[in-house]
Design a binder for this molecule. Structure first.
Ligand code: ZN
Length: 422
C-alpha cells in the first residue's frame, strides 16, 4: 500500500520570506525511489553509468545539418566503419536517422595518444539515452538517467488568487491545477477568500539530483477556508490499475458525484430563481438554471458520468446537450457555440461535451446549466448531492496508518498569516 517510506524533515517554504531560489531546497527531505542506486561521485559519470577513467568524454550538441555519418566523419571514423555501426545495431536499440538538432551527445575516445573514437552517447530527451560502442565490438545499450523524487512541504495564504499564492510561496507552477483538482468538488475556487490558507506536501522530480524535471504528485494537503479545514490525502485505492484518489482525515472521499460547475467560468451571471426579468424576452419568468459567463469557446464539461440523451438545436436553447446520469439525475447545458457529443455517447465526469457560445436566446456568451432530480427542475446548489463511491471498509485501517505521518507533517507546519508577509 505504501509507495515509499516517508522520512520528513519539514521545510516550510514560506510565502514572501523564502522567495529566493538559492535557499529553497535547503531543508528539504529527500525521498528516493528505492530502485535507483547512486554510484560514488568523483570517478563516475553517474548519469551514463560509466567510469570516467575508461574514456575521454567529449560533449557536444547536434548542429543543423548534422547526421550520424557527419558527426563520425568529424571524429575521424572511416565511412566503412560508420556503415558497419549502422548495420550492426538494430533500429529498436538506436535509430541513426533520428538524430535531432539541439540534442546533446557525447563522444567516447580512447585514453591513448591516438584518441580514437570508440563510442557515442545520444540523449533522446532529458532522461533517456543510448550508448553506442564501436571499439573492439559493435553494440548499443539503452539507459535512463537517475531520477530522484524530493518531497517538500509548503504553506501559503491567498492574497488575490490561488495561482498567485502558489507562485508567491515558491511552489512550482504545475501544482496550482493539481491542487484545484483535489478540491474541485468541495470548495468553489471562485469563492476563495483573502486570508484562506493552505499547506501542501508535494513531490518534485530531479534528474541527477539537480535538474528540475517537474512535479510528480501532491501527497497531502490542507486548505483552511471560512474557518474550516479541508484535509486531502492521496491514497492508492486500486493497486491493479494503479489508481489513486484523495480522501479526508476520516477516509471520506473528496469527490462527489457532481462537479461544482460545468466549466471554468468568470462569474455566475444569473442564479436559479423562480422569478427574474428575462433580458431577451423582456418579461418576468422563472429562470430554472444557473448562468455561468465565460468566453466563447470555453470547454463545457459534463458534471457527472452519464449518457447523452439530447444533442440538438432549438430557437430558445440554441445548441444544447442533455445528459442522463442515473434514473434520478439529469443535467442540461445550453447556448453552446459547438456541441462535441452525440446522442448515445457515454461521457465521463469532466469530459468536454461542447463549447461556450451565445446561440439561442442569449445576450452574451455563457452556459445555462440545468439540473433535474426525478424529472423535476431544481437548483443544484440547494441539493444534498451524493458522494462518489466511498472507500471500502476493509481498506480503512491501512489508510489511517498511511496518512498518520503525512497528517503529523501537515499539523506540525504552521499556517502562514496575511500579517506575516512583510
Ligand atoms: Zn439560463
Amino acid at each position: 500500500m505504501h509507495r515509499f517510506l516517508i522520512v520528513i524533515s519539514v521545510c516550510s517554504t514560506f510565502l514572501f520570506s523564502c522567495s529566493n531560489e538559492a535557499n529553497k531546497d535547503q531543508d528539504v527531505a529527500e525521498v528516493g525511489e528505492t530502485k535507483q542506486v547512486k554510484a560514488p561521485k568523483p570517478k563516475v559519470i553517474s548519469e551514463y553509468e560509466m567510469t570516467l577513467s575508461d574514456y575521454v568524454f567529449e560533449r557536444d550538441t547536434v548542429r543543423k545539418g548534422d547526421f550520424f555519418g557527419s558527426i563520425m566523419d568529424r571524429s575521424g571514423v572511416m565511412p566503412g566503419k560508420v556503415y558497419q555501426i549502422i548495420e550492426g545495431i538494430p533500429d529498436s536499440l538506436f535509430n541513426f536517422r533520428r538524430i535531432n538538432v539541439g540534442r546533446p551527445y557525447t563522444l567516447l575516445k580512447s585514453k591513448d595518444s591516438l584518441e580514437t573514437a570508440v563510442g557515442f552517447i545520444y540523449e533522446h530527451n532529458a532522461i533517456d539515452y543510448t550508448k553506442v560502442f564501436f571499439g573492439d565490438s559493435i553494440y548499443a545499450i539503452k539507459g535512463k538517467k537517475p531520477v530522484t523524487v524530493k518531497q517538500k512541504v509548503a504553506t501559503g495564504v491567498i492574497t488575490s488568487s490561488l495561482s498567485n499564492a502558489i507562485d508567491e510561496a515558491g511552489i512550482s507552477y504545475g501544482i496550482t491545477s493539481r491542487f484545484a483538482d483535489i478540491y474541485q468538488w468541495s470548495v468553489d475556487f471562485f469563492r476563495l477568500q483573502k486570508g484562506d490558507q493552505f499547506k501542501i506536501i508535494y513531490n518534485e522530480k530531479f534528474i541527477n539530483d539537480s535538474i528540475y524535471a517537474g512535479v510528480e504528485s501532491i501527497d497531502a494537503a490542507t486548505l483552511k477556508h471560512k474557518g474550516r479545514e479541508f484535509y486531502a490525502f492521496n491514497f492508492l485505492v486500486d493497486s491493479t490499475v494503479g489508481r489513486y484518489d484523495y480522501f479526508d482525515e476520516e477516509a471520506v472521499t473528496l469527490r462527489s458525484f457532481f462537479l461544482k460547475a460545468p466549466l471554468q467560468y468568470s462569474r455566475i451571471s444569473s442564479r436559479y430563481s423562480p422569478r427574474r426579468f428575462h433580458p431577451v424576452q423582456k418579461r418576468w419568468k422563472a429562470h430554472k438554471g444557473t448562468d455561468y459567463a465565460a468566453d466563447t469557446g470555453t470547454p463545457i464539461w459534463s458534471t457527472a458520468d452519464g449518457t447523452v440523451i439530447k444533442s440538438s438545436y432549438t430557437r430558445g436553447n440554441g445548441n444544447y446537450v442533455k445528459v442522463k446520469h442515473t434514473n434520478k439525475y439529469t443535467t442540461q447545458y445550453l447556448h453552446m457555440s459547438k456541441r462535441a457529443v452525440k446522442v448515445g455517447d457515454y461521457v465521463k465526469q469532466g469530459e468536454i461535451i461542447g463549447y461556450v457560445g451565445s446561440t439561442g436566446l442569449a445576450t452574451g456568451p455563457h452556459v445555462c446549466y440545468r439540473f433535474w432530480v426525478n424529472g423535476r427542475q431544481v437548483d443544484p446548489y440547494k441539493q444534498d448531492l451524493p458522494d462518489a463511491e466511498p472507500m471500502e471498509e476493509e481498506m480503512k485501517p491501512s489508510y489511517f496508518e498511511f496518512i498518520q505521518p503525512l497528517k503529523e507533517a501537515l499539523d506540525s507546519t504552521e499556517y502562514i498569516d496575511l500579517q506575516e508577509q512583510v
